[in-house]
Design a protein around this ligand. Structure first.
Ligand code: SAH
Length: 286
């Protein structure tokens, strides 16, 4: 943990075309303190901005140089337009605020997602979250796509497995809509911690475990998997084994949707619905 007080933070921000967000996020995640943030534009067609925060110490300059190098290579691959690496120095107090500013209350489908530090109200089903730096604040388009699906499926009394739960947002939303039991897994212990805290905050029962689809026994009426395309393809057999009803997959960039569909078709799953937002694809399969 960096010490509080005089520490200054460095914000690295890179504007990216939706196609490149995944790759840019992966790069910034290598240097960022506790992950990255993605600003999703309200108008379609404008670039996303991927941000990482790092402690502005002796190692910062070298990390920034590496990021510039990696981003340069991405550009060389022509992976959608990627902007310059923008740097901004921020004081501790502002860092906390700038992080919080990423996450404003938002209505998604039947849900009203708000951060734990906001007291905004709305008639939607409340989901109160403290992202604790784990991905899944309801702002990312893939999270929104999945929340929409969770809002539309019949879940009362159905069992749900959320693979890659992050902040726990989808599992909590499913529990709020009457799903039970709800099991959530993530291979990142930080996410497991955040999901447990968030489930408590929302007073719902979610069985959160460290691991992946292969570590869970049995089959579920609904399986949610907001993971990147490559991971979905890799764990397709494990996902298949867990689903006895509907599988909702997201986190898939448009260019990889066909490969994901093929991998899941090999497992006997057929697409019944498809959603597209900002270059991201959601597949619903049975
Ligand atoms: N479900 C949340 C978070 C999605 S981000 C939402 O919709 O907003 C993807 C999450 O999957 C991350 O928390 C990451 O740690 C986790 N993850 C990545 N690969 C995984 C795997 N193979 N098994 C389990 N979790 C994985």
């Amino acid at each position: 943990m960096p010490s509080a007080g005089s520490t200054r933070w460095l914000e690295i921000a890179v504007a990216s075309h939706p196609e490149a967000v995944e790759a840019v996020s992966e790069i910034l995640d290598r240097v960022g303190y506790n992950g990255i943030a993605i600003d999703v534009p309200l108008d379609d067609g404008r670039p996303h901005v991927v941000k990482a925060y790092l402690v502005n110490d002796r190692t910062a300059r070298q990390k920034v140089r590496r990021v510039k190098e990696w981003i340069g290579r991405l550009r060389a691959f022509g992976l959608g337009p990627v902007g310059e690496v923008e740097l901004r120095r921020i004081a501790d107090e502002d860092w906390l605020e700038s992080w919080k500013a990423q996450f404003a209350p938002i209505r998604v489908g039947p849900f009203f997602v708000r951060p734990s530090w906001s007291d905004a109200r709305d008639e939607g089903i409340p989901l109160v979250l403290d992202p604790g730096m784990a991905f899944g604040t309801g702002l990312h388009p893939t999270t929104r796509q999945c929340l929409d699906a969770v809002g539309a499926l019949v879940l009362d009394g159905r069992s749900v497995l959320d693979v890659g739960t992050g902040s726990g947002i989808l599992a909590i939303a499913a529990a709020r809509r009457g799903a039970r039991p709800v099991v959530a897994v993530d291979n990142d212990p930080l996410a497991v911690r955040a999901a447990i805290d968030n489930a408590q905050r929302n007073d719902v029962r979610v069985d959160v475990r460290e691991g992946s689809a292969g570590d869970v026994a049995g089959a579920f009426d609904v399986v949610l998997a907001n993971l990147v395309a490559d991971v979905i393809v890799r764990i397709a057999p494990e996902l298949r084994a867990r689903v006895r009803g509907t599988l909702v997959c997201s986190g898939i960039v448009e260019g990889k949707a066909a490969a994901v569909e093929r991998a899941l078709a090999d497992q006997g799953l057929r697409v019944t619905d498809r959603g597209r937002t900002d270059g991201w694809v959601r597949l619903t399969l049975r």
